[in-house]
Design a protein around this ligand. Sequence first.
Ligand code: RAM
Length: 487
Amino acid sequence: MERNEAFLRKAENLAPTLHTRTVWVPGSGQPLKKGDSACFDLGEHLVGYVTVKLGFTGSHPDAPAWLRLTFAERPQELSENVEDYRGWISASWVQQEQVHVDVLPCALRLPRRWAFRYVQIEVLDISGKYDLMVEQVSCQTVSSADDAALAPFETENPLLRQMDKVACRTLHDCMQLVFEDGPKRDRRLWMGDLRLQALANYRTYRCNDLVKRCLYLFAGSTLPGGRVGAGLFLEPEPEVDDTAMFDYSLFFLPTLLDYYEATGDGETLRELWPTAWRQIELSRTTFDERGIVRDSDVLGWCFLDWNLALNKQAGAQGVYLYALKAAGKIAAILQDEEKAAWIAADYEAKKQAAIDGLYDGPLGLFVSGKERQLSWASQIWMVLGGAADAAVLRRIAERPDAVGMVTPYLYHHYVQALLDVGERDKALQVLTDYWGGMIKEGADTFWELYDPADPNASPYGGTIVNSYCHAWSCAPAYFLREYFPDR
Ligand code: RAM
């Protein structure tokens, strides 16, 4: 790993203040015996530290109360059983804690930060001589988003108002010491998530120094060769995750450009340009002699979406073009003429290579990989990269055999692609159908994954580890404010 101490110091100096608020609900008044449980609804999605006031009825407690507390973002999580989970990411993400309470009455403050709306308290065992009383459940919330700073969004349309509200809450709860992906899981900075969060942040909480901090963190702790990692841990020391993704490294470029466009902070743009440019240099080995991204076996991990069936070749080519467009704009702003000329030539070459090598004329669609796979992701990223127009988005919609989208992350890019080709009405319809679909399912915050055709989908092998407040899904707060302020 490589460290740039000056960049990390800058990031440290930009650490935000966390705003707090206390939310509480009274106890149920029900005495709890062995095997009993009580569930509390805090009324809204919260991120913070929980205190449970406990008392008893009956004799003086002569044995500890042994409790299990389960925290859930959606009520469904309470009926899922952690012992049944057999997936590939750790079950330690499941929000559960067991405690022994020796002294009653007490205020039990749990040390871990939780993301939840519902709390279930189960009595695993207790003496027969007394019953447990839950007197109050409270949460001291934390977020670096300042509610008082939230820019208003006015609309007469109740669904759009609700979508914006839920999106802002999603973003708010993910804004901690960095832009976290999700406060339940993974609770860390990821480049792909940061890019979308930053876009929504500029139009809502405007905590622009938090974006700057995240950019300096990524530039301050890189993988060998100066590659920007896909994700970054904050504690005990900022350190890049050893996971690299083709698309996430390249997203440093548009994220930096968006930051500059939102703030006019030329000093940061200039200082971080070498890090950004390095991502373009490092991606060169990915292309074959025709100028096409090599297939998945060589490409390595390129994210695009959590659909595990997706071939990434064509999508990655689109991502490269997209990042190169951002590089071109930065080079022009910084009057870096030599690089600007190289970028313009490479952009045309890689775009032509995409059309020659990945576009299937008779189908009128881009195909990906040895199997010539048809997918939504390929068309979307070719549009965003500037190699395709509205036609591919219309044609792919007529192909039920195409590999589909499963995350709000890819849907965000679909909406952007529709807007880029002037399909405003369709973009709004996708926003309201897809994010409105989560609202209909009772979402207080938007989810990491949502496949309307399969609400129980999880790439991790079980919904119990899915995150239901995931900032890459805060798209409505960005799109509604940026493109539909009049609706
Ligand atoms: C998920 C994370 C994050 C995403 C990565 C690729 O596990 O929660 O949102 O960026 O995958």
